[in-house]
Write a protein of this length. Sequence first.
Length: 417
Amino acid sequence: MKILISTGIFPNRVRGNRGVYNLKLALALREYCELRVVAPVPYLPGFVRSGAYTPYAAVPRRDMIEGFDVLYPRYFVTPKVFRSTHGFTLYASVVGKYRRIVAEFQPDLILGFFAYPYGFANVLLGKTFRLPVVTSCRGSDIHSIAQNFLQGRLIAWALRRCARVFSVSGALKRDIVALGVDPEHISVISNGIEPDRFTTMGKIEARRRLGIPEAGRVAVCVSRLSPEKGVDVLVESAPYLHGSDVRIVIVGDGPQQHELERRARELGVSDRIMFAGDRPHGEVPFWVCAGDVFVLPSRKEGYPNAVVEALACGRPVVAARVGGVPEIVTGEDLGLLVAPEQPQELARALDRSLEKEWDHEYIAACGRKRDWNTVAQEMLGEFERILGRTPAGPAGTSAGSDEPVSGAAALHKWGQS
């Protein structure tokens, strides 16, 4: 089987952590099939400056990322305005490049991550080259981008025309269905972890490795510093925490970083909050293990891998009860869930978690149940059903139908929609 991975959410030299989980999945898929990776990046003329897009100019057109020969074709964007056109400009900018790739590689299907603009453009590419398209929705593409009226309609149009839609959680699937996508068209395949990397470690050992103070109780948050992650709620909770020895460590960067640092100073809690900045993904387990508890106060979520990774490290989780989080933290033996946007409630849960005795080995065993190899095998099963290479179920039928389905029939039906 040959799979063409097509998404802009993939690591590059400028942003090494961008789409790192898509890279982990690609590494697992590579054990079973042939892969090519194309990761389009935004392009702006040199005289235009944009904090969001200008750094991509330093991304090489072609690069090796963990053994993958990744192509980074450019697509034209308009910063801040006309974002609803980005799916069209992406398609128009790269279709010539993809024509050569498809002719050379001859993939069986296109796999994309993130519904807009990448999933939308992939559907146009799939129709151009008569290839089935699978789109994996991750969270913010549905929770944020799809809330824009026009972009939401484009996302719904594209997802209905995919051969299959993947959702990382049951909660996200319900949100996709709310856009008008048939639930029988959606498979829930949650993310995995690297169990050999995210494992238990003593907090003192981890703190020594990182060079941070060994004394005191620590709540660790690993997150992008953007509104949907609710890290501002965590900062607001700091004055309500009991115990002068309690500190918060925030790992990650993003558009809210300076605002969060300013707010910590205004609240007089700068001495209790450490902003560690963006760290290499391989260093994250040490930060998680340096804490007594992991915290993620998101406003919106798909299936936060950071929560699963924290559990795999044996750390209890305090998180907002949103999206797929309750599907991960399924009981109070793994952590505590609170309402979003409630700083005082969050502080009370953190205080309670820091006082409670936890079974760290049990937590770690629960967190390590699902690895990327499992995810890859589940996806491959779906791909084979799309292509008609294996039965779709116990009776050899497709989802939602009593009739056997061949790959050619599935592709014909998809192409007519």
